[in-house]
Design a protein around this ligand. Sequence first.
Ligand code: FEO
Length: 420
Amino acid sequence: MTRSAYAAAQPDAVALSERVHWIGALDPTLRTFDIILKTANGTSYNAYLVRGSDGVAVIDTVKEAFAGEFFTRLESVADYSEIRYIVLNHLEPDHTGALPELMRRAPQAHLYISVRAQAMLKALLKHDQYEYTAVNTGDSISLGDRTLSFLNTPYLHWPDTQCTWLEEEQTLFSGDVFGCHYCDARLFNDRVGDFRFSFEYYYAHIMRPFREYVFKALALIEPLALKTIAPSHGPILRDQPAQYPAHYRRLATPALSSEIGGEKSLLIFYISSYGNTARMAEAIYGSASEVEGVRASLYDLEGGEIAPFVDLIEEADGIMFGTPTINGDAVKPVWDLLSSLAVVHTRGKIAAAFGSFGWSGEAVRMVEDRLKGLKMEVPVAGLRIKLIPSDEELDACRGFGTAIGRALIGEDEQTVVDMA
Ligand code: FEO
């Protein structure tokens, strides 16, 4: 169904309850969101209207190009003069695109944003005249017989993100949290098609890098007596809503840690054209494995695929990359893996690079720069060996592996050793 057909088939607001309406927009033809996210089902920009005995609140808006649908649906359930509050759970343009026009139509409305959103408001909306109140967990606003209270949930997936809880309806307006790019005009999770893949795909690309913040948000959300979760994308979750926070908890929980116990996990990735970098990798692997408290693993990138390696790296404490230098650069399989790590949390992991080279040997330094760019700790300067490693140079590799292993268990962590 085309976008206009969707809009025409369902022009009015949709009731979640007598006092709560969906006033969002459907974008069924979208196939790529924010450059990185694919969607086979388009998406929705969910916005909501809550009517209390003492005024109306609008929660989030829509992407600017969809403002027409949003205003048509809003007008089907409220007059602009009734709007006293506008809550922005997240300032990204897919949820604030219609805000300037909404403020023009409802100039009496007061904005509520998270504390961290303040720094973004002017930069994103190019407007410094809006009156607003910054809110945090525990703050609330009264609509008379309805109350909106706020849960600060930063980094899910921007610093500014928050959720809004409507106590009397047991409804959580969760912003991007528990959302997904899945467009279905039937709106509710007990009516739409199978969106499980979209839900997990969205989590993997949007929330996964912020696992520690997922747990912090869940600590606020799980105690709520949820009747409905109303996210800003995808189906409204009214059937068994509690299963979605539980699913986030499963997705965020490391799977490997229980198997390796208290040991530090060190992954050594390498690729080798003539076997020289491979010999270095094996020597490093052997000595690192002998450090008590370290569980080392060795992987030839030639025999693996990116996605499972990314999963392993997410849970690892340390990562090493071995690469030859070819034409002044590290080789493509190394870059392919390194460029796939934006979806996982890498800050603070111990990392190192090594490799054999023929002429100039730039690859090790280039990989180190990337590791540092990913906010990893590089406690030992990279090890480069010209062509075939000698016995003495293999000893240096063993020393390199030991140094990284000791850094992993907290010994010599602050010492930068130049093994090159
Ligand atoms: Fe749906 Fe992060 O905006």
